[in-house]
Ligand binder design. Structure first.
Ligand SMILES: NC(=O)c1ccc[n+]([C@@H]2O[C@H](COP(=O)([O-])OP(=O)(O)OC[C@H]3O[C@@H](n4cnc5c(N)ncnc54)[C@H](O)[C@@H]3O)[C@@H](O)[C@H]2O)c1
Length: 389
């Protein structure tokens, strides 16, 4: 029996289940993509939006036809899951407010701005008997799940090594308010490396030890265009990081993340197994083609067919269905905390110039089963344009 066959049980019948009310705190750049993404899942009902800037909530309310509330009103309202779309530096405070209001929390990545803050959120959720879900959920997309089938299927043998590369010139030229990307809690590792690490952990399992090197090529950045054109950003977190990751199953992976590189020609993720190799598409997207080869055979390309578009909120829909049926949700806080610890550890390793062992571990989330899309009452709809998946 193939490893994946173990999970081939139906997800459960949610077609008749009432939609779970969800609400959003944070009416910024990514909000419209969530509204469009959540609308694809019939098991969710978006009931409101709030923001520390009421004018932002009001503007998005009008543009997206979602009722606006004050943060306190939203926390006291009917939502069962509250989605946190604030910048990482606010994730702990907003997350704590959500949990203290007795609501389940689904937060944008990273789980929090530091490992200590993420651990505090997880402790509070556990004390309150509530769940935490966390982006990224792109690993639930067609490409991540096809990669999971290939890795678990055994044709490549045990994965022994690999490399992952996220290098670009930074978000200053497209985000309307890019300063938060250059503060602790963001930077290329926490903001973008999180997609790569989450994909690697769902494929290979937990990381035991990391090494790191980090530097900042431009300590001050000038915003080139947009509403803040010409403003300077003081860079407060490294913008080029190289990490060595040792996984519990034995693989060594190198990860490069950078906001200091104009262009490159490296693949997003390459995994090398005892019997073959696998090249994955951008883990910040749900779809994309995979290439694999066995031993020194020819490369074969495969393109997934389901969940290949813009499905932001898939992790929320999975969480709602998991709450209904009593199973663990896949984009869960345990995995997000482990990934956050790995990122925090890379930064500490770079500072100390010495490897750092991780204290947390996590189970790999279950692969997606046949019946998954139906259980979320998924209906593909064109989603809003966005910079990243
Ligand atoms: N912008 C993107 O393309 C993108 C893509 C993927 C993930 N994300 C993630 O989504 C989150 C939000 O990103 P964004 O680009 O929308 O940021 P943004 O700065 O455009 O919007 C954030 C919003 O949160 C509000 N806010 C800040 N602190 C608050 C608080 N304490 N209480 C209530 N509201 C508060 C702000 O007023 C603002 O309207 C981040 O975690 C980011 O990593 C963004």
């Amino acid at each position: 029996m193939k490893m994946n066959d173990l999970h081939l049980k139906p997800e459960g019948k949610a077609m008749q289940a009432a939609a779970t009310p969800v609400a959003i705190i944070g009416a910024g750049d990514i909000f419209p993509a969530y509204v469009a993404g959540l609308a694809q899942f019939g098991n969710l009902r978006l009931v409101g939006v709030a923001d520390a800037r009421p004018e932002a909530a009001a503007a998005q309310s009008q543009a997206q036809a979602v009722p606006a509330f004050s943060v306190d009103e939203l926390l006291a309202g009917e939502a069962q899951i509250i989605i946190n779309l604030t910048p990482p530096q606010a994730h702990r405070a907003v997350g704590e407010a959500v949990l203290k209001a007795g609501k389940h929390l689904y937060t944008e990545k990273p789980l929090a701005g530091s490992f200590a803050d993420g651990a505090a959120l997880m402790e509070l959720a556990s004390a309150q008997g509530l769940r935490i879900g966390c982006a990224p959920d792109t690993f639930l997309g067609g490409a991540g799940q096809l990669a999971r089938t290939l890795v678990d299927g055994g044709q490549l043998g045990r994965i022994v090594a690999g490399q992952a590369t996220m290098m670009e010139r930074g978000p200053d030229d497209w985000h309307p308010n890019p300063a938060f990307f250059y503060r602790p809690g963001a930077g290329p590792l926490m903001d973008m490396g999180v997609y790569y690490l989450t994909q690697l952990v769902q494929l290979l399992g937990p990381i035991t030890r990391v090494n790191g090197m980090a530097h900042t090529s431009w300590p001050i950045r000038q915003i080139p265009r947009g509403p803040r054109q010409g403003e300077s950003i003081q860079v407060e977190t490294p913008t080029h990081l190289v990490a060595g990751l040792e996984f519990e199953q034995g693989a060594f992976i190198t990860l490069s993340t950078s906001f200091d590189v104009w262009k490159h020609k490296s693949s997003h993720i390459e995994l090398y197994g005892e019997r073959g190799s696998l090249v994955l598409p951008d883990p910040n997207q749900f779809g994309g083609a995979l290439e694999s080869c066995e031993a020194d055979g020819d490369w074969q390309s495969q393109t997934p067919q389901v969940f290949t578009g813009r499905h932001r909120g898939l992790g929320v829909a999975d969480m709602a269905e998991a709450l209904r049926s009593g199973r663990q949700h896949r984009a869960n806080g345990e995995m997000a905390l482990h990934v956050l610890e790995a990122m925090d550890a890379v930064l500490r390793a770079a500072e100390k110039k010495a490897p750092v062992s991780l204290r947390t571990r996590c189970a790999r989330p279950d692969p997606v089963n046949p019946g998954f899309a139906e259980s979320l009452q998924f209906q593909a709809k064109p989603a809003a344009q966005e910079q990243s998946a």
